[in-house]
Design a protein around this ligand. Structure first.
Ligand code: ADP
Length: 741
């Protein structure tokens, strides 16, 4: 071979060698890759096997997989806990099924199982069936489920499931028993705690009444308020445990819707008046007053929903709406819908579903200072369900919430509730000193009232208007004054001894100019529809007592000609439009066509259809009154009625103390002169509220209403308390220890 050829050959060979080397390298890489993939797959398989084993291990059932020869392929681990003689290895090698189950099945049962397995292998469906067996000397019912194991569309074996039905039923019963025991324990404990708690509340009340030491009294007041809160929590737990243990009963009876509304309002208004919120009622006037259902539970639900609305609303309004969608027929079931709408903080969308759960409070960061157990809604929902209805919620975070529930009911008497829609409370909405929005020129006003405090307050409220104001203390004096002077406006108290306001107004109307002078009724019993009623009686308008300066502003605007008014540039813009905008109609429309409204002052009298509180309810709502129960004089309320003018308020407090109506009230009580007693207690109700003496005013309200319906027993029971509270209130005012917020 030539040298050149030789060189060429060497080059070729080395190229070939390089190629082979490269291939070899590639092969090695591929090989590596394959081993890594295999290891990865193996790891994955091991992991899957581990998971399957875990599943089998924790399965409460005995699971057996067999091949077509009915030999075991796999058994759930639970089996080995009971069966010591058979090993896992034996099972994997394939034991005949009848041998695996030899300790549990009789020869007949074993035969039956084999037959059924045979059928399944041959494509027949075999329904699950029960066998009785004995394990460790105990009888058990076992359900057997046999199904084919299919691989590539062929039956390759069997899948057997053995369910110990007896053990499962026992487990469920055991869990239920534990739950019942817990509920019974809660019910018993709550009951046991209630008894001493009642004693604590009662005893602290005795201290408050009988003790003269002011420090001891303030401690007693704290004890009473805390124990009342505690009692309400215990009541919730008691109800909850009753529902849980199935002991809650719904007791249906005939009841009056009007009395439900008035009781509920009486219980919540103290709390509502603590805040600058309006309470509106929108009641479908066609609903029959008489209903059939569990009145106590309906009240409980409403109080809970309204209580929550107050808790979570800081301004705006709360509306209670009651309506029906069908025209009710006598003795036929129909649904009544109740809704409570607030303009409060609202509930986040993702929390809405949870609020009906037991012990659940949502948005706890924001609501840290709000007390509660998180049981109220759970209890309410259960109660509504028990009464054939449903409780639902719609809410917009930051804007407000509406809870709606419906109750199945029926009526025998179809007389409708009538016009009940009204504004029941307006809350304390401003702490600014009141400024009249205008002054009056050449205006002469007469105020007629037998109560000196009222005369002073109304005169004081009118003072910034710069009118000439005169007063008369009875109807006769008013007539004499009207005969001499022509007034541009007369404020006339309704309830006066000897000649009442209606009679006096009637006589003034017959005098020269009397038929053109506007007469505005002053009343502590303003009810829904009051505006029409007073118009019918010959009045132009009415003002509820205690007189709210902002309402006075409105009434003056409505009743006096605008030529007399000179706008007051110093006044706040809102004063002319405090809650309702100025309207020519004295019946103001508030929230839509169904709501014709007459306004009542905070805690103003509720009047005829409203009954005084039942003891049971005041206990249920024990948390409601606790904040004010220890507070004899709420200076915020007093200040509001006195235009937020501290000097004027101090003067009114002095007048209140000097007037001292209690001796006269006591004398009438002893003389059993119930007519005049009622008149005086009625006057005390509003004059006490004028200076913020809310406890006294509430007591007077209860007694007045009772006497009005001839419930003298109630007066006998509470008269002494009225006298005591009056004296305590008077002493407190006299002591000069009142703090003005
Ligand atoms: P609680 O006794 O704690 O008020 P509830 O079951 O009555 O318990 O209410 C549960 C929770 O639902 C409350 O803690 C509050 O977070 C929320 N909630 C209920 N009503 C309202 C409402 N009107 N506005 C905003 N949040 C509300």
């Amino acid at each position: 071979m030539e040298e050149a050829d030789y060189q060429l050959e060497i080059k070729k060979l080395s190229r070939e060698l390089r190629r082979l080397k490269k291939n070899n390298e590639l092969l090695r890489i591929a090989n590596d890759q394959a081993s890594r993939t295999q290891a990865y797959i193996q790891k994955d398989i091991n992991q899957q096997i581990f998971y399957i084993n875990q599943l089998l291990k924790s399965s409460p059932y005995l699971l057996i997989l067999t091949n077509r020869q009915m030999q075991t392929v796999m058994i759930s681990n639970i089996y080995f806990r009971h069966e010591k003689e058979i090993t896992k290895a034996q099972v994997q090698r394939g034991l005949p099924l009848h041998q695996v189950l030899r300790n549990y099945l009789s020869p007949e049962q074993s035969q039956e199982l084999m037959d059924k397995c045979e059928q399944v292998l041959n494509g027949t469906d075999v329904p699950p069936y029960l066998i009785k067996t004995v394990i460790d000397g105990r009888n058990f019912d076992i359900q057997v489920i046999i199904s084919p194991m299919e691989q590539q569309n062929e039956v390759s074996g069997l899948n057997l499931v053995f369910v110990n039905v007896t053990a499962m039923v026992e487990a469920i019963e055991h869990a239920q028993q534990a739950d019942r025991a817990k509920s019974n324990f809660l019910a018993n404990m709550s009951h046991e705690i209630r008894t001493p708690m009642n004693a604590i509340v009662g005893m602290s009340e005795f201290i408050l009444r009988d003790c003269t030491d002011s420090k001891a009294k303030s401690y007693a007041s704290m004890i009473r308020s805390s124990s009342k809160t505690l009692l309400s929590i215990i009541n919730d737990i008691l109800d909850f445990s009753k529902i849980e243990s199935g002991k809650m009963e719904i007791i249906n009876n005939h009841f009056k819707l009007t009395s439900v509304i008035s009781d509920v309002h009486a219980l919540i208004r103290i709390r509502i008046n603590e805040k600058p919120i309006k309470f509106l009622m929108d009641i479908d006037h066609r609903i029959p007053d008489e209903q059939f259902g569990d009145e106590v539970r309906i009240k409980q639900i409403l109080i809970n929903l309204l209580g929550n609305a107050i808790k979570f609303t800081n301004n705006g309004s709360i509306t209670l709406k009651i309506w029906t969608e069908t025209v009710p027929e006598p003795n036929r079931m129909y649904r009544v819908y109740y809704s409570v709408t607030d303009t409060g903080i609202g509930i986040k969308k993702d929390q809405l579903e949870r609020i009906f759960d037991n012990f659940t409070q949502v948005d706890t960061k924001r609501n840290r200072s709000v007390e509660g157990t998180g049981l109220g809604l759970a209890i309410s929902k259960n109660l509504v369900n028990m009464m054939g209805g449903n409780l639902q919620v719609v809410s917009e975070y930051g804007r407000g919430t509406t809870f709606t529930f419906d109750i199945l009911t029926k009526s025998r008497d179809m007389s409708p509730v009538g016009e009940m829609s009204m504004i029941l409370s307006e809350g304390i909405f401003s702490q600014d000193v009141f400024k009249a929005s205008f002054t009056l020129k050449n205006t002469r006003i007469l105020i007629v009232d037998d109560n000196d405090l009222n005369l002073k307050v109304v005169s004081g409220i009118l003072a910034p208007y710069k009118a000439t104001v005169e007063t008369a203390t009875c109807g006769a004096e008013a007539l004499i004054k009207c005969a001499k002077t022509r007034y541009d406006l007369i404020f006339m108290d309704h309830m006066m001894p000897v000649m009442d306001g209606v009679e006096a107004a009637g006589m003034i109307r017959k005098m020269p100019f009397g038929d053109v002078t506007p007469i505005v009724a002053l009343t502590a019993n303003a009810l829904s529809g009051a505006a029409q009623e007073y118009r019918r009686l010959g009045f132009q308008d009415f003002l509820s007592k205690p007189v709210d300066p902002y309402e006075m502003d409105q009434v003056l605007r409505r009743t006096l000609p605008s030529e007399m008014m000179v706008p007051n540039p110093a006044a706040d813009d809102t004063i002319g439009h405090p809650v309702n905008s100025s309207q020519n109609e004295s019946d103001t429309t508030w929230t839509g066509p169904a709501l014709s409204a007459a306004s009542l002052a905070p805690s103003g009298g509720t009047g005829a259809p409203f009954s005084h509180l039942s003891c049971e309810l005041s206990e249920t709502d024990s948390a409601a009154g606790h904040e004010v129960s220890g507070l004899l004089v709420d200076t915020r309320v007093g200040l509001r009625y006195c235009m937020n003018n501290r000097d004027f308020y101090r003067k009114m407090l002095d007048t209140f103390v000097t007037l001292n109506p209690i001796d006269e009230i006591d004398r009438l009580f002893k003389a059993e002169d119930w007519i005049n007693y009622q008149v005086k207690v009625h006057a005390l109700k509003s004059s006490a509220l004028t200076v913020g003496a809310r406890v006294l005013s509430e007591l007077a309200r209860g007694i007045e209403q009772a006497v009005r319906v001839n419930d003298i027993g109630y007066a006998l029971q509470h008269h002494q308390e009225l006298c005591d509270v009056f004296r305590e209130t008077r002493d407190l005012i006299k002591s000069g220890e009142l703090e003005m917020s």
